[in-house]
Design a protein. Structure first.
Length: 154
């Protein structure tokens, strides 16, 4: 009887080859340093005052009294350019405060909105709120998941 060409072993080997092809984009330290250069690019950040810029640590230091100028001026558009620059280089970039690009965009959107979070550019608060809501939202799924595991075990 002939053995099939596609065995679990061959499939696993093929998966490793494909993964290594796509992950050989370069040295990880080099990729991160390229992403960090987005902050130093004078063409991206040219008009926004340095004290209100997004930092490498993932903070946006906008005082409540400066919200209108930030949200309707060059700072918002230049910050979005920096986030796009980083996202184009490394889409899963995490800042020093554990913030993702998504977290920063959500913080900026809430801070510039006309809702109760207007003027609040505290990224860490938004991260904690997202983490807490993710746990709260996933709790109803746990009993069903446990039942599935128990059913599969029988």
């Amino acid at each position: 009887m002939a053995t099939p060409f596609i065995t679990e072993h061959n499939l696993a080997f093929l998966a490793l080859v494909v993964i290594s092809m796509f992950s050989c984009a370069g040295d990880p330290a080099e990729v991160v340093s390229k992403a960090l250069l987005c902050f130093k690019n004078n063409y991206v950040y040219s008009s926004c005052e340095k004290s209100y810029r997004l930092t490498e640590s993932g903070n946006i230091n906008v005082p409540p009294g400066y919200t209108d100028q930030y949200c309707h001026g060059s700072c918002l558009s230049e910050t979005n350019l920096v986030l796009n620059c980083i996202d184009n280089i490394l889409s899963h970039f995490l800042f020093y405060n554990r913030a993702s690009i998504y977290d920063l965009r959500a913080t900026i959107k809430a801070g510039c909105s006309y809702g109760p979070h207007r003027g609040n550019f505290n990224v860490e608060e938004h991260i904690l709120a997202r983490e807490n809501s993710a746990w709260r939202d996933s709790r109803p799924l746990l009993p069903g998941l446990l039942l599935m595991i128990m059913y599969m075990g029988t």
